[in-house]
Design a protein around this ligand. Structure first.
Ligand code: FE2
Ligand code: FE2
Length: 485
């Protein structure tokens, strides 16, 4: 077998692997835990070994081997990624950490494995885990060579996971960039709150890092905008708006220098909130009229604050404009009230869209359930009173997709499906590729479901299937991830 196909289940076997994988993971972890706590002759240990032997031999009756592979933060069992769920959390992290402790990349179990091999192997893991070695993996391999465990085989993590290293590194860099953005935002907001003078140099550097990440590592950095942390909400909001604004600017064709400028204005758009009492900006529930009036002052207060700031000795004029205009709306019905007719600047229109999307999809202290992204996009697109620039909303839809991957949808054929990929064709954004998970009669279809293209035309005109509405996958007992791996 080639390296490509080795260990990967044949089509049709995947459902079997998936359903067995859970049992193998849980019994492996129970056996390790029992052996750690009790002597071998204890009934708990014996029972746990019996169960491990039972789940593995059942699997090996169908597949020639079990391949447990560690790749980054993921575990794969015979090519199928094991999902971290609430009820397998202990097993998942326990197995993950023991593999990591020994630098094991692959644990391979061959058909014919005996119960005593499991006992020997697991006992070795536990006894060596507490000793220090130059190379614990080598120590384990040496020990295994002495014991007789012919059906248990290991591969070190470095030999098999080289390509994963880059990906992990990319994620690490994205995380550091994000954290840096939050830190400088916090610093500048706090100094404004305390009335201290602050410079924008650090902010500029942090923004440049974010722009570079959007240009080279867009998926990772956008993925971080979904992080939740109540305490850091205000600062994370600014960083998220910065990331979305820069990604939008890139879609529209901005140069790198323009993106630096745009990112700067986005990061500072709510700086005026530092001048609003903190009890109001973080108040759960709705605001009293007077409080709302103070909140609505944040755009002009932000503009005033920025007037006093310098970044590399320049007054950040663009950021002043964006702070002032970002809630005005394109029809000028927002706040602050305009005095003369005006046209919102392009930067303000981009930041307004990024701000609206980031605010609606994030969990805040008073908004416990974030609205689904598709609802937010639809509202931004369909409701002209929201006052967003339609061209920018279109760019956002292109960036995020009307129905993001993993959305659970009900079709006009009464089928339930999971969105499997977004569409780049601008006229067909509401017709993605989906995988049908539940048929018209309510019967479940095993993952990965049946792939259909919603752009498929019906012979009599129109389309074969269309999305009626978005629903929650839990309602149908579906795990979206199962349908698009
Ligand atoms: Fe704002
Ligand atoms: Fe905002």
């Amino acid at each position: 077998m080639s390296d490509e196909t080795r260990g990967r289940p044949r089509e049709g076997d995947e459902a079997f692997v998936r359903s067995s994988a859970r049992g193998i993971l849980l019994t492996l972890h129970s056996a390790l835990r029992a052996l750690k706590l009790y002597p071998v002759e204890n009934a708990t240990v014996q029972k746990a070994l019996d169960e491990l032997q039972a789940t593995t031999t059942a699997f090996l009756g169908v597949e020639p081997e079990i391949e447990l592979r560690l790749a980054g933060d993921f575990l794969f069992l015979s090519g199928v990624r094991l999902r971290l769920e609430l009820d397998n959390f202990a097993a998942f992290s326990g197995v993950l950490s023991i593999l990591r402790a020994f630098d094991i990349g692959v644990l391979r179990i061959h058909a014919g494995v005996e119960r005593r091999e499991w006992l020997a192997f697991l006992s070795m893991l536990l006894s060596l885990a507490n000793q220090s070695f130059d190379d614990r993996y080598v120590a384990l391999i040496e020990r295994m060579a002495q014991a007789s465990v012919p059906n248990i085989e290991l591969e070190p993590s470095t030999a098999t996971n080289e390509e994963i290293g880059d990906d992990r590194e990319a994620k690490e860099v994205a995380k550091r960039t994000y954290a840096q953005g939050v830190a400088v935002t916090k610093e500048v907001v706090n100094s404004v709150r305390m009335g201290r003078a602050s410079s924008l140099k650090k902010v500029k550097r942090a923004v440049q890092m974010i722009v570079d990440q959007v240009l080279t590592n867009e998926t990772s950095i956008i993925g971080l905008t979904t992080l939740r942390d109540y305490d850091e909400y205000t600062f994370m909001h600014s960083v998220n708006v910065c990331i979305f604004a820069v990604a939008l600017g890139r879609k529209i064709g901005f140069s790198k220098l323009q993106l630096y400028d745009l990112g700067m204005t986005a990061l500072l758009h709510d700086i005026g909130k530092a001048k609003v009492p903190i009890e109001i900006t973080t108040k759960p529930g709705s605001l009293e009229e007077e409080e709302w009036r103070m909140m609505q002052a944040h755009p002009w207060r932000g503009a005033m604050t920025l007037f006093g700031m310098r970044g590399y000795d320049e007054i950040p004029y663009r950021a002043i404009l964006v702070a002032h205009e970002h809630h005005m709306k394109t029809d000028l019905t927002g706040y602050p009230r305009h005095v003369r007719p005006r046209q919102l600047g392009l930067f303000s229109r981009i930041v307004a869209v990024a701000d609206g999307f980031a605010a609606a999809t994030t969990r805040r202290s008073y908004q416990t359930v974030p609205i689904e992204p598709d609802q937010v996009l639809k509202e931004m697109w369909n409701n002209p009173r929201r006052g967003y620039d339609p061209m920018i909303v279109k760019a956002l839809i292109n960036l995020i997709g009307v129905y993001p991957i993993g959305t659970c949808v009900i079709l006009d054929t009464f089928e339930v499906a999971i969105v499997a990929s977004t569409v780049s064709d601008r006229d067909a954004l509401n017709r993605p590729l989906v995988r049908i998970a539940i048929d018209a009669n309510g019967g479940a279809i095993a993952a990965p479901g049946i792939a259909v293209d919603l752009q498929e035309a019906a012979p009599a005109g129109g389309f074969v299937r269309s999305i009626v509405k978005v629903t929650s996958p839990e309602r149908y007992g579906l795990v979206p991830g199962d349908f698009f791996v």
